[in-house]
Design a protein around this ligand. Structure first.
Ligand code: HEC
Ligand code: HEC
Ligand code: HEC
Ligand code: HEC
Ligand code: HEC
Ligand code: HEC
Ligand code: HEC
Ligand code: HEC
Ligand code: HEC
Length: 284
């Protein structure tokens, strides 16, 4: 090969190399033309290694994300699994969400403001990611922590240590009773939360006491810990006078001896066979 030919050969190769390296699509075509089996970079799904939980992992390591997913250790958030990174991130600034968290999630989810009258504190302020990982989690519902831990990040854990606590609450998930997002009452109570473990009295009694019929157990019972017998919010007749007018009650001839006996000695607080909720001793 003479000198001039050698120089033009070099030039042609250099230009070809430039094309190869500069434009990935073009490069792919050239490479697959030359060597079979080169993967199409536009079709292959490359594992994500920049990740909040798995920063230390790499594609080649034994603990690769792909393997963890295959072992079902992680639940992936659908848009993350489908690699729709751009719905939440600006392509030039991947480390940050591209808008406020609440707006981010509201692209696809309810922000709960239509669904509930009262929003839970962190939901009202749009802090969805305090409880949910936006990418993935080993826990259900993409949660950041398990069970009570999730709530004790902000709420006092002391009450579960008390000796007068409602039995079983120590080991009960808070969300058995509280909706984590909101509700139509101040405590975001799940509807009928008490009936998971207690009778609703409907089968037991023909007549239900007003607040029992409307599932307002909390009008008379605290739910975590009262430090009082039967978790009652008030003791003795005071409990009943929260709702019943003392003068009206005293006007009834059957109540002449009330001073000596408590309301509960004649009435069942939950329900009875008769509409006056009179217990067996009184009726017979
Ligand atoms: C549903 C929205 C959403 C999707 C989809 C999403 N992200 Fe994120 N990502 C977030 C949010 C929110 C944060 C901020 C988390 C924080 O600050 O606690 C974040 C943080 C990050 C960070 C920086 C923090 C870290 O974990 O290292 C990287 C990098 C990242 N995302 C990459 C990606 C990639 C790559 C994809 C696509 C495979 C993706 N994200 C898809 C919402 C999303
Ligand atoms: C691009 C649309 C999209 C965005 C944006 C999005 N999600 Fe999702 N999310 C989904 C889809 C789709 C599902 C799966 C729905 C299903 O299974 O019913 C899902 C499921 C979930 C689940 C339930 C997961 C499970 O395992 O049950 C949670 C929790 C969740 N998303 C929270 C969030 C939060 C928090 C944000 C904001 C940071 C967010 N999502 C943003 C589309 C999105
Ligand atoms: C205080 C913690 C907390 C906050 C804040 C929170 N969530 Fe949740 N979220 C939960 C828990 C706990 C569950 C699981 C509920 C269950 O299993 O009953 C859940 C479940 C979900 C689900 C699955 C479907 C469902 O409704 O059960 C979606 C979607 C979701 N959350 C979206 C959001 C969005 C969007 C925000 C912000 C507006 C948000 N969450 C804020 C704790 C939270
Ligand atoms: C990021 C902090 C945070 C986390 C995590 C959190 N909460 Fe809250 N919670 C709040 C704030 C703030 C309020 C509003 C307090 C207020 O309005 O006085 C609140 C209010 C409540 C209320 C109503 C109290 C009232 O007096 O009306 C209940 C019930 C509640 N949270 C239960 C839970 C449960 C159950 C969890 C776990 C699933 C949880 N919280 C997790 C911050 C948090
Ligand atoms: C058996 C159902 C039940 C469980 C389980 C439960 N709660 Fe409650 N919680 C209630 C009810 C009902 C109220 C309303 C006030 C009352 O009746 O005592 C309440 C009130 C609250 C309040 C507002 C009043 C206060 O005491 O500060 C917070 C905060 C709260 N709960 C957090 C939690 C947390 C955190 C957990 C989990 C460790 C939890 N709850 C478990 C039923 C429950
Ligand atoms: C996770 C199950 C569970 C849930 C949910 C639950 N309880 Fe209980 N509760 C118990 C157990 C267990 C006992 C103890 C029963 C016993 O000692 O016979 C108990 C006892 C009680 C007692 C009697 C306390 C005493 O000192 O004798 C009252 C009152 C009570 N619960 C009210 C409620 C109310 C109101 C709710 C709804 C806010 C509720 N419970 C939800 C499990 C639960
Ligand atoms: C009007 C007030 C009131 C309402 C509403 C109420 N309770 Fe009670 N409950 C009481 C009183 C008072 C006692 C104590 C009875 C006794 O000492 O004989 C009690 C006792 C209990 C006990 C202890 C076991 C027993 O029968 O002595 C349980 C469990 C209980 N209530 C559950 C509930 C549930 C669940 C609800 C909601 C469906 C509810 N209560 C609604 C007043 C009420
Ligand atoms: C949270 C409010 C509330 C509390 C506390 C309460 N009650 Fe009631 N009570 C009602 C309502 C509401 C009715 C139904 C009134 C109606 O249907 O006209 C009712 C009805 C009754 C009735 C039947 C009256 C009738 O004509 O059917 C009796 C008896 C009664 N209550 C006794 C008691 C006793 C005893 C206590 C205390 C252990 C008590 N109540 C505590 C709200 C309450
Ligand atoms: C000695 C038994 C006895 C005691 C104690 C008692 N009651 Fe009664 N109560 C009755 C009888 C009997 C009736 C049915 C009256 C009738 O048929 O007119 C009744 C009826 C009622 C009624 C429905 C009729 C009305 O007058 O409104 C209410 C409400 C009531 N009681 C509340 C109470 C309260 C609150 C207490 C405690 C402060 C109480 N009772 C204590 C026997 C008693």
């Amino acid at each position: 090969m003479d000198k001039r030919n050698y120089v033009s050969y070099l030039l042609v190769t250099a230009v070809a190399l430039l094309f190869w390296t500069c434009a990935p699509k073009y490069s792919y075509r050239v490479k697959s033309f030359l060597f079979d089996g080169v993967p199409n970079p536009y079709e292959v799904k490359v594992s994500v290694i920049t990740d909040s939980i798995l920063k230390e992992d790499s594609i080649s390591s034994k603990n690769s994300l792909a393997k963890k997913i295959a072992r079902n250790e992680f639940n992936l958030h659908e848009p993350y699994r489908e690699r729709k990174c751009a719905t939440c991130h600006d392509r030039n600034n991947m480390g940050k969400p591209k808008m406020s968290i609440i707006a981010l999630c509201a692209q696809c989810h309810d922000d709960f403001s239509q669904e509930y009258e009262v929003l839970h504190g962190p939901v009202a302020t749009g802090n969805c990611t305090i409880c949910h990982n936006p990418h993935q989690s080993k826990l259900n519902s993409l949660l950041q922590q398990d069970g009570q831990e999730l709530c004790f990040k902000c709420h006092d854990a002391n009450f579960t240590e008390s000796s007068t606590i409602h039995k079983d609450i120590k080991d009960t998930n808070c969300t058995e009773c509280h909706n984590p997002h909101g509700g139509n009452n101040n405590f975001n109570l799940q509807t009928e939360s008490c009936y998971q473990c207690h009778d609703n009295f409907k089968k037991e009694y023909k007549f239900l006491h007003g607040p029992v019929a409307s599932s307002d157990c909390s009008q008379c019972h605290t739910s975590h810990n009262a430090g009082t017998p039967k978790l009652l919010v008030e003791q003795g007749d005071k409990l009943c006078y929260q709702c019943h007018n003392i003068l009206d009650v005293k006007r009834n001839e059957h109540h002449q001896k009330i001073a000596q006996s408590s309301c509960l000695s004649c009435h069942n607080p939950h329900g009875e066979k008769n509409h006056n909720l009179l217990n067996k001793q009184i009726v017979n």
